[in-house]
Structure formats: C-alpha cells, structure tokens
Design a protein. Sequence first.
Length: 381
Amino acid sequence: MQGLPLEGLKVLDMTTSTFNYAGKLLAGFGADVVKVEPPEGDPIRYQPPFVNDRVDPELSGRHLHMNTGKRSVILDLNNDSDVKQIKSLVKNFDILIESYSPGYMESLGLGYEQLSAIQPELIMASITYFGQDGPYADYEGSELVADALSGYLYLTGDPDREPVKCFDNLIEQQSSLQAAVAIMTAVTARELQGGGDYLDISATEAALFLLGGPAQMYHWTDRIAGRVGTRLMNSAPQMFYPSCIRPCKDGYVHAHSNTRYVDLLGILMEQPRLNEPEILETPMGHADEIDEIMSRWLMKHDKFEVVRMAQEMRLPFTEVFTPEEIVNDNHLNERNFFVEVDHPLAGTVKQPGAPGMMTGTPWETKRAPLLGEHQDEILGN
C-alpha cells in the first residue's frame, strides 16, 4: 500500500469544538495528530447526536467525526506539571494547533515566542474568532457571532424576515480548513527555507474571505446586498428566472429555467401564462407570479417525479435531499464516499470519508480515540 502523504509529520492538537476540523484533515492524510484534552474531555464530546441517543463522551457523533485518526492524551492546563509535559512534547513535534482566547497560551508559557525557543522549527496555528489583535481580539466569540460580524448572517434568509443562521458550524470549519492550508504552506516553506512560523487565523476573516462579493459590491457601487430567501439572486427584471427552492408534494426541489429555451417551463407545467411575452421578456420582474404558478403544479407531484419530468425536457431541476436520502444515494455510495469504521464502544460508525479523491495522495479514515487512550505510549506514564 502506498504511504500516506503526511506520514512523519507530528501535530499537537489543542483545539476545541469544530475547530478540531483542522487536525482531522491533517490526520486523514497521515500526520500523527495527538489531541490534548482536559480530564473531562474536549467539550465536543458532549455535543449531540449520540450513538443510540446514549449521552456519553465516547459516543458523540461530533467527536467521532471531528477527531478521526487522532490519538488522545489527558493534560490539565490548570496543573503546572501538565503544562511542563506539553513543553516537553513540543520539542518533538512539528506543529501545534490551538483555539484558546488570545493571550491564554502566553499566560501558561505556551505562546509561540516561548515555544519556538524550545523548538525553533515549530509551526503554530492559533484559530480564534477575531484574531490575536485588533479591537475585538479579547471579545468572547461563537459561530453565530462570527456569522453576524462577517456579513454572512445578514445575507441569509427571507428579505422581509430576520436573518437566519446556516446549519452547523460552517464558519468554524471554514477557518479550520484555512488553518490547515496555512499549515501546509508553512511546512513547505520550512522545507525550502528553514525556520518555523506563527499563523493567526480569524474565523470572522475566514468567512469574509470566502464571501467576498457583497463587500466588493459595496466598495464599487455603494449598494448593499440583501437577503433573497430561497432564490439564487436578486437581479434586474430581465434576468432569467426561476432559480429557486420550491415546495412540492413530498419535499422540495431546486427549480431552474433553461436559459436557452425559455418556453420549456411553461410547456412542462402546461401553463400558457409562463410563455406570454410579458413574462418571457422580464422573468425576474415576475418572480412572485412565476412562483405562484409553479407552486400549483409542483404540489401535485413528488420531488423525484418532478425532477424526472423536468430533466427529460432539459430543465435542470434537482431534488433537495434529506439526510436519509443522502446516506442512501447511489452516486455517493458508488464513489465510496461513506466509510464504515469500527469503534470499541460505538460499534460500526458510518461517516464521510475522504474530502476529495486524489490518486497520488491517499486518505485514511481511522476511528476517533477514547479519552486518554494513548496516555502511556505518548507520555510514557
């Protein structure tokens, strides 16, 4: 079997919550990622869902997903001897990732300047909500706070209602992804030039970096982008429509026009009104009316029937899958996206596998560790 690309790279993971995603990515590609946990375990171990609804720090689905491939040791940062253990470990590690509030690691003697004196080649990444400096640096943060201050929250939801948070901790995971990219860039630079590096990752900035467009639009035009609900965009009246999410008999579909053959939607739904010049010339200007006409037809059909009929007419409709349909999707299963991992307490765990398929850089999904499972082999206790 071909070796994993990051074999030999040693990572000390001191992140919490879904900031664990950075270490998960490195572990999947073969890095030896050692997760440092407090005596009670990382808080992510107490986040649902739980296997068979049994609340147990070893059975959290979040932990089982975010900490795949890692080893676990228990070290209490309130204990001076345990802090000394971390300093001792750092001498033999390439990377340290942490997500504590700015200044906390320094107060323990574990800041970058302090640790790089011990390990000059150390690459250290700090992931926080606002970064290590600036007016907000010492503020408490959360996924929702980063969502709000990055501008994402303002843009999500219906235009006449309050903003709506996206599901899950997407911003925390996006900042963790950018941390992993920054870490691998620093590893490459170290191999080429030598020396360590300190990486300051702000979750709010990571979200804004991904978002981009609305800030640019304001810069160029002084216009403020707004919420468009389930529609793809809000644009000039003559622009194409629909591209939106609409309810049907048993769920939802993404309804989309054929921009080359604009009469196909009216033919599919047997609605002559949709093919009158007034609507064909300014479809976005008639979006509300088009939605109402579509809804009357869609509610008579289930989503798979809708998509089959639409695609047969070259209309790019798509089902909105439920979690059950995703897990059983033939496409994902044929590509072996989901993997099954045996866990000593959770049993067989089905979960997402590799984030991408690369022929020359294999990925391996190993199970998440038990709390303190590797204490003796790492600390020699």
